[in-house]
Design a protein around this ligand. Structure first.
Ligand SMILES: [Zn+2]
Length: 267
């Protein structure tokens, strides 16, 4: 259990004891509880925080040592954008990880199968990608993520091993649910904000600034912004990003391929 959650238990126990031992000081106990809840909320609003449990913000050390990086592509599958993204990845011989919204996967199972057929990962990005996801409790998380897991297993033929929260937002109840479902939370090292940034150059700059082995990069094939000509930003960014990775001698791999640390080195 991460230190912040131990501290939460201690603060609650301490506040209860203080109220029994010295009821007149109730205001101090209340202030301690409020400060603790503020810290929990802040951690949940910070997608790259590891204070609420395991959270991949980079690839494991062994993958970084092999000069690997991960391109992750969220919010699809999208019948207009995803096939073009797959072609761009194929052209560069690159592998990527698609965090799919299960409701969309159920509507386009053929696209999910195609993602897998071309050697990419399909991972869990919730069932409906609701705006109130981070306000759910244990049962709500279990329902939402479990339903997505069932849909994605059926469509992809293999069970997702990673989960990414919608917008990266969560609360302390998420980690135990992921643990029970055998899922690891994955966020990112860097994101391009390509759901609202319409300038592909700026998206590319955000993704490549400080680019290094082990990075996890975030793009979108669903909900993606479009440039001034109406073209999805990801379709302009992705080839340039793949070229930048090649120049830096970095190899884009799937998240699941990095789980097996003793994997024999690629020839
Ligand atoms: Zn998303």
């Amino acid at each position: 259990m991460p230190p912040l959650l131990w501290a939460t238990g201690a603060v609650h126990a301490g506040a209860a004891l203080a109220l029994v031992a010295a009821p007149a000081h109730w205001a101090w106990a209340l202030a301690a509880l409020a400060a603790n809840h503020a810290a929990l909320t802040a951690a949940g609003l910070w997608p790259r925080s590891t204070a609420l449990g395991e959270n991949w913000v980079r690839l494991p050390q062994a993958a970084a040592a092999r000069h690997e990086v991960a391109i992750t592509i969220d919010d699809g599958p999208d019948p207009d954008v995803t096939p073009k993204v797959l072609d761009l990845l194929d052209a560069a011989g690159a592998r990527a990880t698609f965090f799919c919204i299960a409701e969309r996967a159920a509507r386009h199972p053929d696209l999910v199968r195609e993602i897998v057929r071309r050697g990419h990962d399909v991972q869990n990005h919730s069932n409906v990608h609701g705006h109130h996801f981070s306000l759910l409790g244990p049962r709500g998380f279990a329902r939402e993520i479990g339903a997505a897991q069932s849909v994605l297993v059926q469509a992809a033929g293999t069970a997702p091993r990673f989960f990414r929260a919608p917008a990266g937002l969560r609360n302390p109840f998420l980690a135990p649910v992921l643990h029970r479902l055998g899922l690891t939370l994955a966020s990112w090292t860097r994101r391009g904000f390509d759901t609202r940034e319409r300038d592909p150059q700026r998206v590319l700059q955000r993704l490549t600034r400080g680019l290094a082995a082990g990075d996890i990069l975030l793009l979108h094939d669903g909900h993606c912004a479009r440039d001034a000509q109406g073209r999805p930003v990801v379709l302009t960014v992705l080839p340039a990003l793949l070229a930048a990775l090649q120049r830096a001698e970095l190899v884009p791999v799937t998240l699941s391929s990095t789980l097996c640390a003793d994997r024999s080195p690629t020839p």
